[in-house]
Design a protein around this ligand. Structure first.
Ligand SMILES: [Zn+2]
Length: 328
């Protein structure tokens, strides 16, 4: 009986739109038909799933990169074979005998992909943020070439450093735990993400939000030390502990970012020392940030790292004089 199924006939009586509406998928009108969040790859942001109403074909332009007719779509959504999909559409058994046994064998779990996905993880895909233990602090200190773990522990205590799993890889995260709108992740094994990048952001990050701001706001009379990047941020915390830098470390990530306007409003009338990287991108960034801060009445000073080719972390780890970055 199954071989006699008239797929064209079944397709003519069921639409992709109806299948999705029954599942509670919200559809949005487009010129050629409809669009929605892709139900196959459980899309969270965006609307990659496009439906051509006339042709009754759908395509996911996002993760799936493939297309469906109504039968194929039900097959993928319900993990059934073609006949099973027709049975679900028609609401009646269509094959002889064991028509209830149309569930496909579940596909074996694919091995975890660590290097393949270049996508940033969503917050939900990160494990719980965790304060870590001495050995984790020591490990980060070692990675950053800091003489001991005290500054790392201080950053943890102040809620700007945490540990978590990302893609099943133990990671350290730089963030404001009280306002985690910008999370930057690095690997505890010191390796690069996907063999390419040191730092990975999280989907939905406010990349222009300065991390450490919530600590600075708790100390309204303290100087702020504005640095760029995760490495210099941790180093600045380390030397803040010993009093070698003075001021609360706050970090921007990426020299091309402007300070988020909402963050800027919170820096009104603060004293800010910008630690400028000794290169062109660093100089441009500090000029832009200084101009932004001046607009909200902050007292800004730019301190350029005096040794070419070194970032703040290198400079401090090398045990150089820090008089140039201290107050006044
Ligand atoms: Zn998709």
């Amino acid at each position: 009986m199954s071989t006699l199924l008239d797929f064209a006939d079944i397709k003519s009586r069921h639409t992709i739109e109806r299948v999705l509406e029954k599942r509670g998928v919200q559809l949005k009108k487009t010129s050629a038909g409809w669009q929605c969040k892709c139900p196959v790859h459980h899309e969270e942001h965006g609307m990659s799933f496009q439906i051509d109403s006339k042709k009754q074909l759908a395509k996911c332009h996002g993760k799936c990169q493939c297309g469906w007719d109504v039968i194929k779509l039900v097959m993928d959504l319900e993990s059934v074979d073609a006949i099973g999909a027709c049975e679900l559409l028609e609401g009646r058994p269509l094959r002889d005998g064991h028509h209830t046994e149309h569930k496909r064998e579940p596909a074996p779990e694919p091995p975890p992909k660590i290097h393949a996905p270049r996508e940033m993880p969503t917050r939900a895909k990160l494990s719980k943020m965790w304060k870590g233990e001495m050995r984790h602090w020591m490990r980060v200190a070692e990675l950053r070439k800091l003489p001991h773990e005290g500054g790392v522990a201080l950053a943890v205590e102040n809620g700007v450093l945490r540990f978590c799993m990302a893609y099943d890889i133990p990671s350290w995260a730089v963030l404001d735990i009280e306002n985690p709108c910008n999370i930057q992740l690095r690997r505890m094994d010191g390796e690069l993400w996907w063999g390419e990048v040191k730092v990975m952001g999280v989907k939905g990050n406010w990349a222009a939000w300065p991390v450490g701001l919530s600590v600075a706001l708790k100390h309204p009379t303290a100087d702020i030390l504005l640095v760029e990047g995760t490495g210099d941020f941790v180093a600045a915390w380390h030397y803040a502990e010993s009093g070698a830098t003075g001021g609360i470390p706050v970090a921007m990530f990426g020299a091309s970012q402007n300070i988020h306007p909402s963050a800027l409003a919170l820096l009104t009338a603060r004293r800010v020392r910008i630690i400028e990287q000794a290169d062109e991108a660093g100089a441009k960034a500090s000029q832009r940030w200084a101009a932004q801060l001046a607009e909200v009445g902050a007292a800004v000073e730019v301190r350029r790292i005096p040794t070419a080719g070194e970032d703040l972390n290198d400079h401090l780890s090398a045990g150089r004089d820090t008089a140039w970055l201290l107050e006044g």
